[in-house]
Design a protein around this ligand. Structure first.
Ligand SMILES: *Cc1c(COP(=O)(O)O)cnc(C)c1O
Length: 368
């Protein structure tokens, strides 16, 4: 069996590869997170020997002891970033180091070990090189990378695990919205909170999502696509959406200003959020991070001071918000359509990611 050696990862690819016809069929309409490429990378950690050498191997089920602590107490974190096909046929990832750093912030909060950033990035590079044919080529399409870490001690005592497993796999992702970007309707959750001060809101941990699902279900039953979370203490400040950060566009004397809730420790610090704040000023928009209340959202729309609202995150890049619902009422943003600021930011970000505009920030990481 072929075995090539990188500095941290041994490469042992599948002997039988998926045929081109089969791969093309699977990639024809991949949606999001339903189709997976042929390989994955695993790296084991133990308290005694630290991180072992990683292994790139065929994608497949993991074997876990039923007593593995992740299955009981939820020590689990993850990340998400994308690889984009470039005009010269190469592939680049978007800000993978920022994801590696955030992964370690999440790990610290969950009492998990730090993973050296170079292992995180090298694992992704190795997987993308091996599965390069799984990187879609159309604009807006990408190969989504999903790194995760779980606690694997087979022990029921409640304490940090002494053994962990890092796993990285990849999923070809279609243009999130087929047939153009569709504005979403959001539900302001008043019955549930996502994160409280001192909790895990800033960490990308599995439990945050488990705790959010019932609110997402409620949003669906109210005819909405996504939840908007409020702060746990006052229940007035807007924090973020289910898996995306949120932006508001104000008209201040003819100039568009993008405003996003400030990071308080309960919000997830999105890399798309950070990138948009940087891009906005370059595009001539104002950019601010501050508190925004639900009442202000409503009032600013009624007074014509707010022109747009949108959500942002790796999966969907930028999604306009067309309508807002809560127990108090219902309001429309920007006539329910996509606004020019959201459209401009989305187009600029995608152009940088696909190598159609110069990468002046050093955001793109060359893989192959
Ligand atoms: C991942 C995530 C985001 C978006 O982060 P990006 O780095 O932009 O993808 C926002 N909110 C939550 C809760 C998340 O888990």
């Amino acid at each position: 069996m072929a075995l090539s050696v990188l500095s941290h990862i041994d490469v042992r690819p599948a002997e039988h590869r998926v045929s081109e016809v089969e791969r093309k069929a699977r990639m024809a309409n991949p949606g999001f997170g339903k189709v997976f490429s042929e390989h994955m990378v695993t790296v084991r950690y133990s308290e005694e020997s630290g991180w072992e050498r990683g292994l790139l191997q065929p994608y497949g089920p993991l074997m876990l002891d039923p007593a593995s602590s992740v299955l009981h107490y939820g020590q689990a974190i993850f990340e998400g970033f994308k690889a984009y096909s470039q005009p010269d046929g190469g592939v680049k990832t978007f800000r993978p180091l920022a994801n590696a750093q955030r992964f370690n912030h999440s790990a610290e909060r969950l009492a998990m070990p730090q993973l050296p950033e170079e292992i995180f990035v090298e694992a992704a590079d190795a997987l993308i090189r091996e599965d390069k044919t799984w990187v879609p080529t159309a604009i807006g399409e990408s190969l989504y990378l999903r790194p995760l870490m779980i606690a694997t001690d087979a022990a029921l005592g409640v304490r940090p695990s002494r053994e962990y497993l890092f796993v990285l796999f990849a999923s070809p992702a279609g243009a999130y919205f087929s047939g153009g970007v569709k504005p979403v309707t959001v539900w302001i959750s008043e019955d549930y909170v996502r994160a409280a001060p001192g909790g895990t809101g800033f960490a990308k941990c599995a439990g945050n999502y488990a705790a959010s699902l019932v609110a997402q279900k409620q949003a669906k039953s109210e005819g909405c696509d996504q939840v908007v979370w409020l702060d746990a203490v006052h229940r007035t400040n807007i924090e973020e959406m289910g898996g995306m950060n949120i932006f508001f566009v104000y008209n201040e004397g003819g100039r568009s200003v993008v405003v996003t809730p400030e990071l308080t420790g309960t919000l997830l610090p999105g890399i798309t959020r950070r990138s948009i704040l940087e891009l906005a000023s370059e595009l001539g928009f104002g950019a601010e991070e501050r508190k925004i209340t639900v009442n202000e959202w409503d009032a600013a729309l009624k007074e014509g001071r707010m022109t747009e609202a949108f959500a942002c995150g790796t999966a969907a890049v930028i999604t306009p918000i067309g309508r807002v619902k809560s127990k108090q009422g219902d309001w429309i943003v920007n006539g329910g359509g996509t606004g020019p600021v959201a459209a401009k930011l989305r187009e600029t970000l995608l152009a940088i990611q696909h190598g159609l505009m110069p990468d002046t920030h050093g955001w793109m990481h060359e893989v192959c």
